[in-house]
Design a protein around this ligand. Structure first.
Ligand code: GLU
Length: 427
């Protein structure tokens, strides 16, 4: 029995199925996660007490290769959420033609409540609990919401300790000194930027004068805001989990990033330090940011931000999903009816997993690439797959989301058919 988030994700599959000829085996297989592991992780806290944490790892489908996907540390993590995120990873890796299936992991906690030592014990405890479920040829974790290179380094080290072999290829998004790839930290935003560069000129939107609002100021949101700012777009609003700031004449993103790093908040930006009062700004809520009258809206925070409840209030003409699953399938229909162009997560934010793939390749070869090499390959990959998905959307007169699913399904279907036994039994 499927529960809500995953069945919502499955709606996208259903819609795309109308446009592909897929063997029944593939359709049936793709509706269910291959394996879901739930673990309880005991962690010794700094005060000597013991606290149990709930963790998950889901391997959704491995028809195209070892499964791949991040690990999220967040209070809202549930098995249902992790399964949907693993579903999206399956389609993302196929859409980008990476030799991976899809997976995801998560631990239910507010990481801000733990000390650094507690976080390390938790990260290592998670790997102890899932070590038999992962591996460089089986399933490869990576960073996601509230996880970072430091945490990935602990995870890789723990796995290597368990296996008694240095195994850099088991986790991606590691610190550079532990086998991480140059360019991995900025890859999600960089990939989204390349997609936008391939798309926006087709709609006659040059950087100058194009207004943008970005929801979320984490690794993806802050970097895409800065890339757009530097390319000459007018970024008029940004937000973090505490709220949003807006200035019609555009925000100075590099200084906001600087202040966010020192103050852990964006609201304080223009009231402290030297940039105070240079730009007048308004304080908005995250919900208000989503309905601003801008050309481009970039949800770069969490899933389910645009739902049936607020879809009709959205005024942006173009939405690029840098977060995973920020728009529900119901909201998708409403936005489509309003003529809003949505560019889907499984394409737009795929730069992260693409450079994770590059990291894994470098780990296996033992030969490391320059930043220029990483970004050159990332741009080539993102542009090529964007063009292919665009062509499918034009040819079948369907949305970019459905086209991305069609593109991924064709690749997944081929892999499932190649391994299957249906022809033997049914023909
Ligand atoms: N967490 C990222 C995503 O959702 C990256 C996954 C990876 O690098 O494996 O795409």
């Amino acid at each position: 029995m499927l529960d809500s988030l995953l069945s919502d994700a499955n709606q996208r599959l259903e819609k795309a199925l109308r446009y592909v000829t897929l063997c029944e085996d593939a359709i049936e297989r793709l509706k269910y996660p291959k394996a879901s592991l739930t673990v309880s992780i005991p962690v010794r806290l700094d005060d000597g007490s013991l606290r149990m944490f709930q963790g998950y790892r889901v391997r959704y489908d491995d028809s195209r290769g070892p499964t791949k996907g991040g690990v999220r540390f967040h209070p809202n993590v549930t098995l249902d959420e992790v399964q949907s995120l693993a579903f999206w990873m399956t389609f993302k890796c196929a859409a980008l033609s990476l030799p991976f299936g899809g997976a995801k992991g998560g631990i239910t906690l507010n990481p801000k409540e733990l000390s650094k030592f507690e976080l390390e014990r938790l990260s290592r405890g998670y790997i102890d609990a899932i070590a038999d479920f992962i591996g460089p040829d089986v399933d490869i974790p990576a960073p996601d919401v509230y996880t970072n290179p430091m945490i990935m380094g602990w995870m890789m080290d723990q796995y290597s300790t368990i296996r008694r072999q240095i195994t850099p290829g088991v986790v991606t998004g590691k610190p550079i000194t532990m086998g991480g790839s140059l360019g991995r930290e900025t890859a999600t935003a960089m990939g989204a930027f390349f997609v936008m560069q391939a798309i926006l000129p087709r709609f006659g939107l040059p950087p100058a004068g194009t207004t943008v609002a970005v929801q979320g100021f984490g690794n993806a949101g802050a970097v895409i805001a800065e890339l757009l700012y530097r390319a000459g777009y007018k970024v008029v609003a940004v937000s973090d989990s505490q709220g949003a700031i807006y200035a019609s004449q555009g925000l100075d993103i590099p200084s906001i990033r600087q202040f966010k790093e020192s103050s852990r908040g964006i609201k304080a930006v223009y009231c402290q330090g030297t940039v105070c009062n240079i730009i007048e700004h308004e304080v908005l809520t995250n919900a208000e940011l989503l309905t601003l009258n801008v050309d481009v809206l970039i949800p770069a925070a969490l899933e389910n931000q645009i739902t049936a409840a607020n879809a009709n209030d959205i005024k942006a003409k173009y939405i690029f999903e840098v977060a995973n699953g920020p728009i529900t399938s119901e909201a998708d229909q409403l936005l489509e009816a309003k003529g809003i162009h949505v560019f889907p997560d499984i394409l737009v934010n795929a730069g992260g997993v693409t450079v994770s793939y590059f990291e894994w390749v470098q780990n296996r070869n033992g030969l490391y690439w320059s930043l220029e090499e990483v970004n050159r390959r990332l741009e080539a990959k993102m542009t090529e797959e964007t063009e292919k998905i665009w062509a499918i959307a034009q040819e079948l007169t369907i949305s970019m989301r459905t086209a991305a699913y069609v593109h991924a399904l064709n690749r997944l279907g081929e892999a499932i058919r190649a391994k299957g036994t249906r022809d033997y039994y049914v023909n």
